[in-house]
Design a protein around this ligand. Structure first.
Ligand SMILES: Cc1ncc(COP(=O)(O)O)c(C=O)c1O
Length: 342
């Protein structure tokens, strides 16, 4: 059985494990004040080309989202998210449990636009309703689409004009930035969003996300927020070491490029076989629509999510490739799928 279920089915890239092993017996400070975390922060700041940002390593995506969003918002303020957004459907009400409503918008292709945001603002005119304050987007999105620089610039401008905070969930930021269709650079982000995170967990790290806070007013006391939510790890060095390894050269981007290429291979072959896709997703998640009988056959050898029923005979499945997906596995999968389609 081979799994295309997600990009965290494997452990970590061997270089990361080696780095953890090599530094294992070195004594250092706890709670992220160690040399590795500090050096990793410097490396990331260099890649972002901005030394004014604050960086915090947090162990997972849900935890990062809930700590950031609850820290950034005042009690009566709410977040806005597209209806497919991860914080709405897959985080067990974690944001709501911090006391903040999430206002859901339909959006398009998993993305939000200024017109969507205007609709929410129009619908929340006064103090008898929550105040929309933070815009949550993810890149890549829940359905594998990516934001272009101009789309993000438009969101940024709208948020500036309307005193909204723009927050980007980057659980799969590597895949988005390494997409063939991407025109955004990591270094553009501090000029376009108020805070974002760089996902390590889904891109070769054992565990960890790097939250980057760009807007000064959001930085104050952030370590207090992390600690109060139980996420300031005594062995914070574990994340520092991993991000140092990912960013000391091009490893972070190489791994994401590989994952995208593997998804691209499957997509190209399926398109040749005239398979349709649920959505345009130029990243490491693809959603081919297949006859239900073919899906059942494939499930004997492959694990994947059946994403959505399309009609009575067919459904869209989600295939996710990772930094560790091998070309051999991709080729076998394509061959088997082609056999089933005949
Ligand atoms: C876009 C996005 N954000 C956040 C998360 C949550 O991450 P975690 O499972 O580490 O809490 C995920 C996980 O799949 C995700 O895809």
């Amino acid at each position: 059985m081979y799994s295309f279920k997600n990009d965290y089915s494997e452990g970590a890239h061997p270089r990361i494990l080696n780095a953890l092993l090599e530094t294992n017996l070195v004594q250092d400070e706890g709670y992220g004040e160690d040399r590795y975390s500090k050096e990793a922060m410097e490396l990331i700041k260099e890649k972002i080309r901005n030394h004014d940002v604050d960086i915090h390593f947090i162990s997972g995506g849900t935890q990062t989202n809930l700590i950031a969003i609850s820290a950034f918002l005042r009690p009566h303020e709410a977040a806005i998210a597209v209806s497919s957004g991860h914080i709405l459907g897959h985080e067990t009400g974690a944001i709501e449990a911090t006391g903040h409503k999430i206002l859901s918008v339909e959006g398009k292709d998993g993305k939000l636009s200024p017109a969507d945001l205007q609709g929410v603002l129009d619908g929340h005119p006064d103090e008898h309703m929550v105040k929309p304050k933070l815009v949550y987007i993810s890149n890549s999105t829940e359905i594998g689409s990516i934001y272009s620089k101009s789309e993000l610039q438009e969101l940024h401008d709208f948020c500036q004009r309307n005193q909204l905070i723009l927050y980007m969930d980057g659980a799969r930021l590597g895949s988005a930035l390494c997409s063939e269709e991407n025109d955004l650079h990591l270094s553009d982000l501090p000029n376009l969003v108020d805070a974002f995170y760089i996902g390590g967990t889904k891109n070769g790290a054992l565990i960890g996300e790097a939250l980057v806070i760009c807007r000064d007013s959001l930085k104050e006391d952030f370590r207090y927020h992390i600690k109060q939510k139980g996420a300031l790890l005594a062995k914070g060095r574990l994340m520092g070491i991993q991000f140092f390894e990912l960013f000391r050269d091009n490893l972070f981007f190489d791994l994401a490029t590989h994952a995208n290429q593997m998804a691209g291979r499957i997509k190209d072959e399926l398109e040749k076989a005239e398979v349709k896709f649920l959505t345009h997703s130029p990243s490491n998640q693809i959603f081919p629509i297949l006859p239900n009988a073919v899906i059942t056959e494939l499930q004997s050898n492959y694990a994947f999510h059946v994403w959505e029923k399309v009609d009575s005979d067919s459904s869209a499945i989600r295939l996710v490739t990772s930094w560790a997906t091998s070309e051999e596995e991709v080729i076998s999968f394509i061959e088997e799928l082609k056999r089933e389609l005949i």
